[in-house]
Write a protein that binds this ligand. Structure first.
Ligand code: SF4
Length: 705
């Protein structure tokens, strides 16, 4: 028997685990008491990891290919699959140029895998068309940090949960989405019950049920709330004038905008009592240390960047940043969305937080990779929604989908499915062969899953942890990085036969070293880290420059930000309603979210029977008064339908929802549900700065099915 330390593969808390195995099978998983993220705690999903490893149902075991769309895929050997993928990509590039190819990857890839895919797309193919499902998850938080503080990444750490005197949770059902951190928050509250909890959420979630103050705002009205709170802070003299003068810019312009957000007006826009808004502002402004924790409720919005900026405005104005227990803290949805951004694995950025539009940045990356600087495109790539639009329109001909299930997770699913049907060539690289997207694959490349491959991930507090292989992958499945490198080597022989290989040493430790060297001198400098250092000293936070003894728990403690002049920037953030307007035909607001025991499209968690005990089937939740008005009964089937499409679900009555809103979980899809997932109804409207779609709000009607 062996015990292998690793990191949970689900959410961005990044809990350490100990994998028990007999060399062939995972026999058990327990929390790692030595890991600083969780100190041995695991949630229901983490505790079921061994069961999900034991279930090999649905695994992709062999490469498969089909040569024409009307043929069935057939099993092939790896050489045939890799040669064909490389030849088809090279053919598209020769006929239509590099931007006719796209990679759509995942915040669940390991950092080393991500690095190789980014290098392959930007350094070999010469296109920035690599985006990931992190676009659906954290991109508004990224835009907010960059615009306000000058660089991506939270300034805070998990210890701040213990130290904050006031905690503002906005758009986060942390009790379900980040359970181990929520337990830590509960323990801090139990130790000091005078600490204030404010929860901002249209639903009375399990998180909201424990709040001192629950602001049950109208969906999408967060900006009005934060603007109203800041108006009150200014009026009551609760801002930190000396911090604003010394460390920020743009406050006067923001003050002019805030004249329109007096607490009564702002509370009216939010649909809450003025006294509740001012109480929240008082607690936030008067507490020695105020921390905000936020997630998809802010990010998955057609004005998600403004929501993030309005919240950061509050912190900057009150001087609630750069101190223990204070600051804006985005909770990462996926286990490695942060690591993906570190390596630049998205369509709108380059490695190590560099910018595509900056010629110096392109030259630095090109030099590191040993390719001509003109190889790196100065054209931004296509973010997720635009990528699939381009696929449908025929501007992108071939797509390589890695470790994600866009035929379930994109909004307006019918468009996504049409895009995949329209493509010339669809490559799906996944551990599972029975996902909605795998059904669309021309080439299916079987990938190793959690517990079967080596690398690192970065959690919500910028902490890098090792992920380790405890058992070999089943069948002929291979690590994602191995597949990327093998295709890369074949493709470069076709495109640049005389050039040195970009994929010489692709072992995870060597790839991490190459990535770390590229961060030297940048805001996220982690050039002092290596696999060997992580083995010796355990998980570490960045920045961690070469020569450092330890990583940095908090950023901006000296009041110097990552902007060109070191000052943080206030942004004027007018309130705008959600894109999809309710009217007489579509009178309900559909809210979507996660359940406690399931993960994303359930390709892993859906194979563990006991994870269905909390919620055995999907439902459409509706307030009893709304149901009574329509003569609907609990348990009967209803059709929920937006301007784009709909699905049939059993109705559940729920007093925790406000009238006029319905709720459905995101997890079920065509694999588990005859009528397809809730994203069929969701809106593809995107935030203009982050390009993140508004998955949290759609106008719908509900009728008896
Ligand atoms: Fe895994 Fe997140 Fe649960 Fe921790 S809180 S065990 S990282 S799912």
């Amino acid at each position: 028997m062996a015990i292998t330390p690793s990191t949970c593969c689900y959410c961005g808390v990044g809990c350490g685990v100990l994998i028990h195995s007999d060399g062939a099978r995972v026999t058990g998983v327990e929390g790692d008491p030595a890991h600083p993220a969780n100190h041995g705690r695991l949630c229901s999903k983490g505790l079921a990891l061994a069961d999900s490893c034991a279930s090999q149902s649905g695994r992709a075991l062999h490469p498969e290919l089909r040569l024409t769309r009307d043929a069935a895929r057939r099993r092939v050997d790896w050489d045939s699959a890799l040669d064909t993928v490389a030849e088809r990509l090279a053919d598209v590039i020769r006929r239509h140029g590099p931007d006719a190819v796209a990679v759509y990857a995942s915040g669940q890839l390991l950092t080393e895998d991500y690095y190789l895919f980014n290098k392959l797309t930007k350094g070999l193919i010469g296109s920035n068309n690599i985006d990931t499902n992190s676009r659906l998850c954290m991109s508004s938080a990224v835009s907010g940090y960059k615009l306000a503080l000058g660089a991506d990444g939270p300034p805070t750490c998990y210890q701040d949960l213990d130290l904050a005197d006031c905690v503002l949770l906005a758009g986060s059902n942390m009790a379900y989405a980040h359970p181990v951190l929520f337990r830590r928050l509960e323990a801090a509250k139990a130790a000091r019950p005078d600490r204030k909890w404010i929860v901002v959420d249209p639903r009375r979630t399990d998180t909201a049920a424990l709040a001192d103050l629950h602001l049950q705002i109208q969906p999408g009205s967060d900006v009005a709330l934060f603007n109203g709170m800041l108006h009150h802070l200014i009026w009551e003299g609760l801002i930190d004038e000396s911090y604003i003068a010394a460390h920020t810019e743009g406050f006067d312009a923001l003050k002019r905008l805030l004249r329109d957000y007096a607490p009564r007006q702002a509370a009216g826009l939010c649909g809450i009592a003025e006294a509740d808004l001012t109480a929240a502002a008082e607690w936030f402004g008067r507490s020695p240390a105020s921390l905000s924790l936020y997630c998809m409720g802010l990010n998955q919005s057609s004005h998600g960047t403004a929501k993030n900026l309005a919240l950061i405005n509050l912190h900057l104005a009150a001087g609630q940043i750069g101190r223990p227990g204070a600051g804006p803290f985005s909770l990462t949805g996926q286990p490695n969305a942060m690591g993906g951004r570190e390596v630049g694995g998205m369509a709108t950025m380059l490695a190590a937080h560099r910018d595509i539009a900056n010629p110096q940045h392109r030259a630095e990356v090109a030099a590191h990779w040993g390719v001509p600087p003109e190889r790196l495109s100065d054209r931004p790539g296509l973010p997720a929604i635009a990528l699939f639009d381009a696929l449908k329109a025929g501007r992108v001909k071939a797509v390589w989908i890695v470790c994600t299930n866009p035929a379930h997770s994109l909004p307006d699913l019918e468009q996504a499915r049409q895009a995949l049907a329209q493509a010339e060539f669809v490559i799906v690289q996944d551990a599972y062969a029975d996902t909605d997207t795998a059904a669309c694959a021309d080439a299916l490349l079987p990938a190793a899953s959690w517990g079967e491959k080596e690398g690192t991930v970065t959690n919500s507090e910028r902490r890098i942890s090792r992920v380790r292989a405890a058992v070999p992958p089943p069948g002929e499945a291979r690590a994602d990085g191995w597949i990327a490198a093998e295709v890369g080597r074949r493709l470069e022989r076709l495109l640049y036969p005389d050039a040195p290989s970009l994929f010489q040493d692709c072992e995870p430790a060597a790839v991490f070293a190459e990535h770390a060297a590229l961060t030297a001198g940048r805001d996220l400098d982690l050039s002092g880290l290596s696999h060997a250092r992580l083995e010796r000293d355990g998980p570490q936070q960045w920045p961690f420059p070469a020569g450092a003894a330890a990583g940095q728990a908090r950023r901006y403690q000296d009041g110097r930000f990552a902007t060109a002049n070191g000052r943080a920037l206030f942004h004027s953030t007018p309130y705008r309603p959600p894109a999809d307007a309710v009217n007489a035909h579509y009178p309900f607001r559909l809210l979507t979210g996660r359940l406690r025991d399931q993960w994303h499209g359930m390709s892993r968690s859906g194979r563990v029977a006991r994870l269905f005990s909390h919620a055995p089937e999907p439902t459409l939740d509706m307030h009893p008064a709304d149901a009574a008005r329509r003569g609907l009964q609990a348990g009967e089937l209803v059709k929920v339908e937006s301007r784009r499409g709909g699905l049939v679900l059993p109705l559940a009555l729920c007093e925790d929802l406000p009238g006029g809103c319905v709720f459905a979980a995101m997890h079920w899809s065509g694999q588990h549900l005859d009528s397809g997932g809730v994203n069929q109804a969701c809106s593809p409207a995107v935030d203009p700065q982050s390009f993140q779609p508004e998955l949290k709000h759609a106008a719908v009607r509900v009728e008896r099915a």
